[in-house]
Design a binder for this molecule. Structure first.
Ligand code: MG
Length: 388
């Protein structure tokens, strides 16, 4: 049986140096701060001047390496935090040394056996393995994820929570930059949020789209009040309350398209939402699902069910953005609602080769793998290194 398996491996990857085996020889972690250009990024009741990101380098005995990135949006947004990502990767790493990073299904199975749950911990390692697979096969990751379906990826720009007039001014500036889809942050005081929505919608140019994203911030009764107060306006409502059940009630009182985000944390959640007609779109965040492998599965199920998707992540620099772009590039444009490019919001790049942004879209150049090369000088010495 092993002889039968050896043939397709050789046929599929003829460019491999030294035969049919590649082994993970080391895993290194780098910590980098992502300061915000606008001084702070604010949503619901949270605000940060910088985000704590982790870059993972998965090295192989063939000299090829892959990179991934995980950047939780602070420690209190989702059940995920930067130190937890790093601790979790260090916990799993010894069990991953010696495995073949091209066999990504087996890598994911190994990670799930080494650490129960904590999908965000596994995301950067999974992304780095896709990067390796792309480099070995000399294909961009989007080709490996199903093939190119759109040559540029529609972006949305976040209008960070601020006072209502300031948000309306920012919307104008972003429209001038060519963006046509927007996500305004609400989820704080509901009465001020009603003003925010009214003032921002008033400045929205014809044909442009807007979602009011509460990021779980409203109580159910307040959310019902807000959607009723803006029922005359055309916009999307995103994750008004913390739980699926609360959001479901809000949807019953709303005539706006509903996007579910934070509570869509698994394939089961998406299937339940579809069965119960709880949403019109899903926000698919790569790290929340556990990486590109599991996000691809959910993406493909959503395609089958006819659910449009926002494809993004919890935050990050050029490396996380590249993973987003590759998944979105391999998604049909009519099923891809929008994506985000977080590196745009930071004061400095952490890698070269990230998505090019123009006129409200982003695109990857088509280099093998993710196509990004971290700024190793900026990243400095690894904060953890596990080797065989
Ligand atoms: Mg959201």
């Amino acid at each position: 049986m092993s002889g039968v398996l050896a043939v397709p491996v050789q046929v599929l990857w003829p460019g491999l140096v030294g035969g049919t085996r590649v082994k993970i020889s080391g895993i290194k972690l780098y910590q980098v701060s992502l300061p915000m250009k606008e001084g702070a990024y604010s949503w619901s009741n949270q605000s940060f001047a910088a985000f704590d990101s982790t870059v993972v380098k998965v090295e192989t005995d063939e000299g090829i390496y892959g990179v991934g990135e995980i950047c939780p949006l602070g420690p209190a947004y989702l059940p995920a935090y930067a130190e937890g990502a790093r601790t979790g990767i260090v916990t799993m790493a010894p069990g991953l040394i010696g495995l073949d990073p091209r066999q990504i299904g087996a890598i994911n199975l190994a990670m799930d056996r080494l650490l129960k749950g904590h999908p965000y911990v596994k995301s950067a390692v999974d992304i780095a393995c896709w990067d390796i697979l792309g480099k070995v096969t000399e294909q961009p990751v989007y080709t490996l994820l199903g093939g190119l379906q759109q040559d540029r990826v529609r972006l949305f720009k976040v209008v960070s929570r601020a006072d209502p007039d300031a948000m309306a001014e920012r919307l104008e500036a972003y429209q001038e930059q060519g963006f046509r889809q927007f996500q305004m942050k609400v989820g704080a005081d509901p009465d001020t949020d009603i003003q925010r929505i009214r003032k921002v919608v008033a400045r929205l140019r014809p044909g442009n789209r807007l979602a009011a994203d509460a990021n779980c911030g409203w109580r159910q009764h307040d959310a019902v009040r807000v959607v009723s107060a803006v029922s005359d306006l055309s916009l999307y409502i995103e994750q008004p309350c913390e739980t699926y059940e609360e959001c479901r009630v809000v949807r019953d009182h709303s005539n706006h398209p509903m996007i579910l985000d934070e509570c869509m944390d698994s394939l089961h959640a998406v299937l339940r939402g579809h069965r119960e007609r709880a949403m019109d779109a899903v926000n698919l965040k790569i790290s929340r699902m556990g990486g590109l492998t599991k996000s691809r599965t959910i993406r493909d199920v959503c395609l089958g069910l006819g659910i449009i998707m926002t494809i993004e992540d919890t935050w990050g620099g050029e490396i996380a953005d590249s993973a987003i772009a590759h998944l979105a590039h391999s998604t049909p444009p009519d099923m891809h609602f929008q994506s985000s490019a977080f590196h745009e919001y930071a004061t400095r790049p952490i890698a070269e080769g990230g998505p090019v942004i123009r006129d409200g879209f982003m695109a990857m150049a088509g280099a093998p793998g993710l196509g990004v090369e971290p700024d190793w000088k900026l990243l400095g010495q690894p904060i953890a290194s596990i080797a065989s």
